[in-house]
Design a protein around this ligand. Structure first.
Ligand code: TRP
Length: 331
């Protein structure tokens, strides 16, 4: 079996939610058993559009989310981006390998510029964050990056940088990487909006209380034309079904429910009751584990992982410097 190096990351701008769980945490829990996995808390990347207090307050929260869902510090190396200055230097070198025009055409960046209304005042750091992401990925000699499809352009741009580097400075220092797409691509928000996100307030957070989960489930957007129980209903775009698809294990029963709903005679209340139970059962052990974790231990895990990861990044940076020809003092 192929044993590779896996790298992923999250911006620590809030606690993680069910969208993260379905989209990336689940696959990381599997990947850690077969691969050498690094999980990065991308606090520097988050600085391109958030403030440092918010970020600082969320680093250990995200660590708690990781550990409480079952990521294991003996199998996964956790690291804090800002504590590895080698990543920043790599970013600087790679900036010479991309054009402004290419960055402006990156679909992920384009999208986020629109979302954040940056059209007329775009911070250069924000525009360059794909370069920093290329640095993160190549620094650890990653083979695989599990991502949602919105991050595919990042991987493409990383590989372009690697190819440009190799043709300008020779190959061997850094390598190309492959994206692995997760099964659940992006979980929609409880309001039916395209994406569950903490900032939109439409996500179920992994540390939500039992009451909060229940409230959110019963608030979910279903089919606005499904007024009476006997009416036929839409399954497509119906948040309750989207979540059952992602989290309900009994697929056969789920298919029966869909047929019943489409025919008419199945009420939203009964469905929401089922989904509430499914999510309560999923989140209760995560919440329990989370409550047993303390800040000091989280900090210690992150510190140890960061030290280990820094050695790897530093090694890559030395190779990159040598390849580029920055070796005046032979450091
Ligand atoms: N851009 C990713 C996100 O917003 C976070 C991230 C930073 C990342 N560096 C990375 C993901 C490297 C994968 C690989 O979620």
């Amino acid at each position: 079996m192929f044993m590779g190096i896996v790298l992923t990351g999250d911006r620590p701008t809030g606690k993680l939610h069910l969208g993260h769980y379905a989209g990336s945490l689940l696959s990381r829990i599997e990947l850690q058993n077969e691969h050498d996995q690094y999980v990065m808390i991308a606090d520097l990347q988050a600085m391109t559009d958030s403030n440092s207090d918010l970020i600082k307050n969320n680093i250990l929260e995200v660590m708690k989310d990781y550990i409480s869902v079952g990521l294991d510090p003996n199998k996964t190396t956790f690291l804090l981006q800002s504590a590895i200055p080698e990543l920043t230097e790599l970013t600087f070198h790679y900036m010479n390998l991309v054009t402004l025009g290419r960055l402006e055409r990156n679909p992920t960046v384009k999208n986020e510029i629109r979302q954040k209304s940056y059209e007329n005042s775009l911070p250069a750091g924000f525009l360059c964050y794909p370069v920093s992401q290329a640095a993160d990925i190549t620094a650890f000699q990653a083979d695989l990056v599990p991502v949602g499809n919105d991050q595919i352009p990042m991987i493409e741009q990383t590989n372009e940088i690697v190819r440009k580097f190799s043709s300008s400075h020779g190959s061997g220092a850094i390598k190309e990487v492959k994206a692995i797409l997760s099964k659940t691509q992006r979980l929609i928000g409880i309001d039916g909006q395209a994406k569950a996100s903490k900032s939109l307030g439409n996500a179920i957070i992994l540390s939500d209380s039992s009451e909060e989960i229940k409230r959110k489930v019963f608030d979910m957007y279903t089919d606005p034309n499904h007024i009476h129980v006997k009416d036929p209903g839409e399954v497509e775009g119906n948040v309750v079904f989207e979540y059952l698809d992602a989290f309900y294990g009994d697929k056969e029963h789920l298919e029966e429910l869909k047929i019943h709903y489409k025919k008419g005679g199945l009420g939203d209340f009964a469905l929401k009751k089922l989904l509430n139970q499914v999510l309560q059962d999923l989140i209760a052990p995560i919440r329990e584990k989370r409550e047993s974790l303390n800040d000091l231990d989280m900090k210690d895990i992150l510190w140890k992982g960061t030290q280990k990861a820094r050695v790897v990044a530093s090694n890559t940076l030395s190779k990159v410097r040598k390849a580029i020809g920055i070796d005046f003092f032979n450091l």
